[in-house]
Design a binder for this molecule. Structure first.
Ligand SMILES: Nc1ncnc2c1ncn2[C@@H]1O[C@H](COP(=O)(O)OP(=O)(O)OP(=O)(O)O)[C@@H](O)[C@H]1O
Length: 371
């Protein structure tokens, strides 16, 4: 699929932008703080319904305005969509697809598939488990929108259960309520676990192959899904049974701590390079390459599941890669729409055989005659 055009009104530092994109490579060049990431963020917003760098939607409204608008025309195999998002201060977000307002914002998922790769993504390796969980949650939601429903439901029940646990330190009479929460948590949580396990298995297979290719067979990338609920993921009934047993066994400890110990909210993914923990032992360059392999694996998974390529958004990452890795990445641009930002004039020789459009960004203005 590809984004044909984007319209931005009062979005961050864009007052009114009408942009027509190329179906293949689009390169946006600009100095720091001109609006390059903002532009990628607006496209991501049309995919996920939220930003990839803030949890506060209103941050995306121009600071001098009360509302903003993002519109994107998206085409693909069997897809012809006009996605529109309006953010207003003190009002809920409104999303329309082909002029029809969505009842539930999560219905946006799967409409426009994107894979983002930015310097911030190193956090997937460097930071704690929640960063890795966010990463897989975002990706699974694109492929399987009902996953987001199960996850939101699980988190809501978990929040209520934790509140109840805190109250139970004083008043143990609420035991029957805990039983109800346990049942609901087990139902939605087991679905989350099984989807995560399947996704990480696919991601591991595909990224291992890509990583081997990028590193000329020198490095072996290993990803492993880890949950404190079960060790095998082939049977949902087994997961439900084990999950319930562990919740019940841990109840006194949970009451004492006022929080739930067992469940997918504590999941993590182990990322090893040549059998060593990538967080502790890998160099910055190795970590970046591992993330790149995972992102390109995501492209493959989306292509496989949705029978169409996602749009690839690359935020200032080309200059961070060495020549061989850049060459490998640029080779993939043949198949899909790529939107690249850079502060440097990229060596366009590397893009020679590719269909491309080059833009200059300056203070929220975009000029398409930069070459
Ligand atoms: N809500 C907002 N209203 C107005 N301007 C904003 C808003 N949010 C961010 N900006 C402005 O957008 C600019 C930053 O844009 P962006 O993050 O896209 O920069 P960039 O071109 O990617 O820069 P870099 O190369 O440094 O990453 C800054 O000048 C910032 O002040």
């Amino acid at each position: 699929m590809y984004v044909d055009s984007v319209r931005l009104i009062n979005f961050r530092n864009y007052m009114d932008l009408n942009l027509e994109l190329n179906k293949k490579v689009n390169i946006f060049i600009g100095k720091n703080a001109q609006g390059k990431t903002n532009l990628l963020e607006s496209i991501y917003l049309c995919s996920a319904g939220k930003s990839f760098r803030t949890n506060v939607d209103k941050d995306m409204i121009n600071i001098k305005k009360n509302q903003c608008y993002v519109g994107a025309k998206v085409f693909g195999n069997h897809i012809d969509k006009f996605i529109e998002i309006k953010l207003e201060r003190n009002k809920p977000k409104r999303i329309k697809i082909n002029k029809l307002e969505l009842e539930k914002n999560r219905d946006l998922y799967g409409g426009l598939n994107v894979v983002v790769f930015s310097p911030e993504d190193l956090r997937i390796i460097k930071d704690g488990p929640s960063e890795r969980r966010n990463f897989i949650d975002r990706e699974i939601s694109q492929i399987k929108p009902v996953y987001r429903y199960n996850l939101n439901r699980y988190n809501k029940i978990l929040f209520q259960r934790n509140n109840l646990l805190k109250n139970m330190r004083m008043n143990k009479k609420n035991k029957h309520l805990i039983d109800i929460f346990n049942m609901q948590m087990v139902k939605s949580g087991s679905k989350v676990i099984i989807d995560r396990a399947r996704f990480v298995e696919n991601l591991a297979l595909s990224s291992r192959k890509i990583h081997r290719d990028i590193t000329y067979g020198k490095e072996e990338l290993l990803l492993k899904y880890r949950t404190n609920v079960v060790e095998r993921f082939d049977d949902i009934l087994y997961i439900e049974k084990k999950f319930m047993e562990k919740l019940e066994k841990d109840i006194n400890n949970d009451i004492l701590k006022g929080t739930t110990k067992i469940g997918p909210h504590r999941d993590d993914i182990d990322i090893f390079i040549n059998n060593m923990d990538s967080k502790t032992f890998a160099s910055q360059g190795q970590q970046r390459t591992a993330v790149l392999s995972m992102k390109l694996a995501e492209v493959d998974i989306i292509k496989e599941e949705k029978e169409d390529f996602p749009v690839l958004l690359l935020d200032d990452v080309l200059s961070e890669l060495d020549k061989d890795r850049r060459k490998y990445l640029i080779h993939t641009f043949r198949d899909l729409q790529t939107i690249i930002t850079s502060t440097d004039i990229i060596d366009l020789g590397e893009f020679d055989s590719l269909e491309k459009k080059i833009f200059c960004i300056e203070n929220g203005n975009v000029n398409s005659n930069a070459n």
